[in-house]
Design a protein around this ligand. Structure first.
Ligand code: 5AD
Ligand code: SF4
Length: 478
């Protein structure tokens, strides 16, 4: 068959179309491997959030299906960067790595370099790569990662860079292969995109409008994961609190959690990320009654100043935020709270910053991700004139970090000397003979143990708090 016939034979509907291209790509990869006398290797480098991490598992699933084996570094035959653009430094890192790959590819001209993810949804980025990074083979975006096999097949049959970026889509393609990083825990996408347009944030532009998966598909996926040994799931979305609103038969996030709770064999449920404006009393009720939802809530604050929150288009005030914190703590007394905070948003004054510190002191977070405001082209905040000078931002950032760390070191003492259930995740990377696990509230604990414990939920005595983690000892297995 020639290319024209091959393309004409391709099914229109998904996932059948991708299965067709996976078979074709598999044959091509097998042929190259035979010529080389060794299997072809692939390497994925993931930048950014949990959503990207989950996307990378899907991408690896497809690569393995078509015959690549996972390599250990960027000297592999297929190198893929799954990019993030939420802050500028993530972009700069990608350009740096691409420069390095140019040299690697000169030594291995058959190597393929692919780029995907949020950064690729920005037209000026794609232009720059087309012009200055000609050694890149494939560029795709956030809406069509399921098409990887088709894109690889296209590149193998053409000499040109393959660029396929979609502006947006409603399509959610189910039932493609996934290669999970951990056998015992998994992310599960429940929705894609974001409708909030916080004025600093580029996500709605690169991830598109909010789309929820059907609850039946989500439950089916989790049941499959549990049958495969998963005990903990993390439900993923940019704004999980508005899950289900746009479905044909709308359901709430709280209701979805109730259904997931019913899944036998599933032990722990986490979710990320919540938006305070959509946090319902119903959700708090469900958390209170649940035996499986972890005692951890990530509730991004962004700023403690109601004035700044307004300009950020966050649609809540400092008071409303603190009210939510009180409600959560009243319902689930030992809940761990974490947050995201941006310093140096345009127009932020010292008084505004003091309001942020005030919330940090009142909410007493277990931990907080603190970010220096990064100007993202195309967002409303980027055009604001009153940008804060760099040295002022840096000084505020340092003060915030100190406050956050001091409080976290006190808060963690709440659990010291208690015995808690811990999901063992991996061999400790620092201490030989130790393993690392997580409490329900997401705090990390290291204790003596071996690989046989990985994936099990065990009881651990939290002997000593060390700033933001514990050293413990195993009390009871299983
Ligand atoms: N600058 C700095 N931080 C940002 N975030 C999102 N956009 C920006 C930006 N332009 C942070 C927010 C968000 C987290 C994922 O990244 O705090 O919650
Ligand atoms: Fe960005 Fe706001 Fe959407 Fe979060 S809720 S992804 S910060 S626009």
């Amino acid at each position: 068959m020639n290319m024209k016939e091959i393309m004409a034979m391709a099914p229109e509907a998904e996932p059948a179309r991708q299965k067709y291209f996976m078979e074709l790509a598999k044959a091509s990869v097998a042929k190259i491997a035979e010529e080389k006398g060794r299997p072809l290797t692939c390497f994925i480098s993931t930048f950014g959030c949990q959503m990207n991490a989950r996307d990378s598992e899907k991408l690896l699933g497809i690569l393995q299906e078509i015959g690549y084996v996972e390599g250990t570094d960027e000297k592999s035959d297929f190198v893929l960067y799954n990019t993030c653009t939420v802050r500028e430094n993530a972009n700069l890192k990608v350009y740096g790595r691409l420069g390095y790959l140019n040299g690697v590819k000169r030594k291995n001209p058959d190597m393929m370099i692919a780029l995907c993810g949020c950064m690729m949804q920005e037209p000026q980025v794609v232009e720059k790569i087309k012009k200055s990074y000609r050694h890149v083979d494939i560029i795709f975006g956030t809406h069509n990662i399921f098409k990887l096999a088709e894109l690889i097949f296209a590149r193998l049959n053409s000499k040109k860079m393959v660029v396929d970026i979609w502006e947006g889509t409603d399509a959610i393609v189910e039932d493609l292969p996934i290669e999970r990083k951990y056998p015992f825990k998994s992310g599960v996408n429940i929705m894609f995109g974001c409708n909030n347009f916080c004025s600093y944030c580029i996500v709605p532009y690169v991830r598109g409008r909010e789309r929820s998966r059907n609850p039946e598909d989500i439950v089916k996926e989790i049941e499959g994961l549990v049958a495969d040994g998963v005990v903990e799931v993390m439900l993923l979305g940019q704004n999980v609190n508005s899950y289900g609103k746009t479905l044909k038969d709308p359901i709430s996030f709280a209701e979805l959690l109730r259904r997931v709770e019913q899944i036998e064999g599933l032990e722990r449920i986490r979710f990320m990320t919540s938006h305070p404006k959509d946090l319902s009393d119903e959700l708090i009720e469900v958390m209170k009654d649940s035996k499986k939802i972890c005692k951890h809530f990530h509730l991004p604050l962004q700023s403690g100043s109601s004035e700044i929150l307004k300009v950020m288009n966050r649609r809540y005030t400092k008071e409303r935020y603190l009210e939510l914190v009180d409600k959560l703590r009243a319902a689930v007394p030992d809940i761990a709270l974490t947050t995201d905070i941006i310093v140096g948003f345009p127009g932020e004054t010292e008084e505004d910053f003091q309001e942020t510190l005030d919330v940090v002191r009142k909410a007493r977070y277990d931990s907080a991700f603190t970010f220096i405001y990064s100007k993202r082209t195309g967002t409303p905040a980027a055009a604001m004139e009153n940008q804060v000078p760099e040295d002022v931002v840096k000084d505020r950032f340092d003060r915030l970090l100190k406050e956050v760390q001091d409080i976290a070191a006190e808060v963690i003492l709440r659990d010291e000397h208690t015995v808690q259930k811990v999901l063992v995740e991996e061999i400790d990377s620092h201490e030989p003979g130790f393993v690392t696990g997580r409490l329900s509230n997401n705090t990390v604990v290291h204790f003596k143990g071996d690989a046989s414990l990985i994936g099990k939920i065990v009881e651990v005595s939290l002997d000593e708090a060390k700033g933001f983690y514990f050293m413990g000892s195993l009390v009871k297995e299983g």
